[in-house]
Design a protein around this ligand. Structure first.
Ligand SMILES: [Mg+2]
Length: 376
């Protein structure tokens, strides 16, 4: 089997609710999605997506994603889409870094591999773990009472995992406001619920320590991505007892190994387009599992294509270590593909059809913005 053609599509995904707020005054109103269609010489088609979370989340932005694909895609023409490690090496030797760009291509190749095997992708990634994958809520930074109400609304839908965004600037209320947000969000906590307070790298150790000092003992939550650098993270780690989950700092296998070697965290947030696709996701999942780290399986953001990729990886992750998965469909207001994976009672199962199990809507995708290789 050989890759004959690669087509790239661009779609703007409007933010559900109008605006999404992160620490440091970051605001988003839409996300620029890059979607790859890979066609083999024998006519098989696979799809993959990479949608950076704006330009200020990690070192990636959508125009850069497509510029990098412009270098990567021609190098993959003629290669076997099922040889994932060889494809990854080819991308590594063609262009350093740019994991966001590798993602759309890597995922599309895995879609082809699973389709060719006649299996849903989760069964190519170690096998389906029975049961539903718990979906996590994403509660943007707001007033404490508004955030508490959003948690209650998600709880009423069956959600047991909640990601609460913190990182208030000093002028907005600083550590005191963040402490109030955490208290309010945990005020109605039910047995079995799991809470992340996610700072998206937005705190100094001083901010984090002041915030933690304002919280009562016994609050059951995990602090996610408190600081922007390893030095700050390690300093906070040594001076606090709160469990820490790292996200933005861990992109490569080397990053994860560094975190394990330094005992920097207790868990890791793995995101498809942050890690670089399915290939590094499952490598890092194995490394994290060997270190006893809990995981959330997510993506930066995205459409149904990103969602399906998340679901297959999460569905094949041991349940003892999987804390939750993100459903990025809840973050945007546009459907790009059909995906039969409804969220019921706070959980979702990966599709049972071969490959990713998605059918793109070509009306929404429109014409390709770039094409590589032979005729379609
Ligand atoms: Mg995070």
């Amino acid at each position: 089997m050989k890759i004959a053609r690669i087509d790239i599509y661009q779609v703007d995904l409007p933010v559900r609710g109008g605006v999404y707020r992160l620490s440091g005054g970051r605001e988003f109103t839409s996300y620029d999605a890059t979607i790859a269609r890979i066609t083999t010489a024998c006519g098989r088609i696979g799809w993959g997506e990479s949608t950076p979370f704006g330009a200020t989340y990690v070192a990636a932005h959508a125009a850069g994603t497509r510029a990098a694909i412009d270098l990567l895609a021609p190098a993959l023409i003629g290669m076997d889409p099922r040889q994932h490690d060889r494809l990854w090496e080819k991308m590594q030797t063609t262009l350093r870094g740019h994991r966001d760009a590798r993602t759309a291509l890597d995922v599309a190749c895995w879609d082809i591999t699973a389709q060719a095997a006649g299996l849903p992708l989760c069964d190519m990634l170690g096998g389906r773990v029975p049961g539903r994958v718990p979906v996590i809520s994403s509660i943007g930074g707001d007033t404490p009472e508004a955030m508490r109400a959003k948690i209650a609304a998600h709880r009423a839908q069956g959600f047991i995992g909640h990601s609460v965004k913190i990182g208030a600037a000093e002028t907005e209320g600083g550590p005191a406001l963040d402490a109030e947000r955490i208290r309010a969000c945990l005020a109605d906590r039910q047995p079995g619920e799991w809470f992340l307070a996610d700072a998206n790298n937005g705190l100094t150790p001083e901010h984090a320590l002041r915030m933690l000092a304002l919280l009562p003992d016994g609050l059951d939550f995990v602090l996610e991505a408190p600081c922007a650098t390893w030095r700050e993270t390690q300093s906070l780690r040594a001076r606090s007892t709160v469990p820490i989950l790292l996200d933005e700092l861990i992109q490569s296998e080397g990053d994860l190994i560094q975190a394990i070697a330094n005992d920097s965290c207790d868990g890791v947030g793995l995101k498809v387009s942050k890690q670089g696709g399915v290939t590094p996701m499952i490598r890092q999942r194995s490394i994290a599992a060997a270190a006893g780290m809990v995981m959330s399986i997510q993506d930066t953001v995205g459409s149904e294509i990103s969602c399906a990729t998340i679901l297959h990886i999460a569905q094949s992750t041991p349940r003892t270590l999987l804390r939750c998965a993100l459903d990025p469909r809840t973050m945007v207001d546009l459907s790009v593909a059909h995906l039969d994976a409804p969220v019921t009672d706070g959980g979702v199962t990966a599709p049972a059809t071969p490959g990713l199990g998605i059918t793109p809507d070509m009306q929404v995708l429109g014409d390709a913005v770039a094409s590589y290789g032979g005729r379609s």
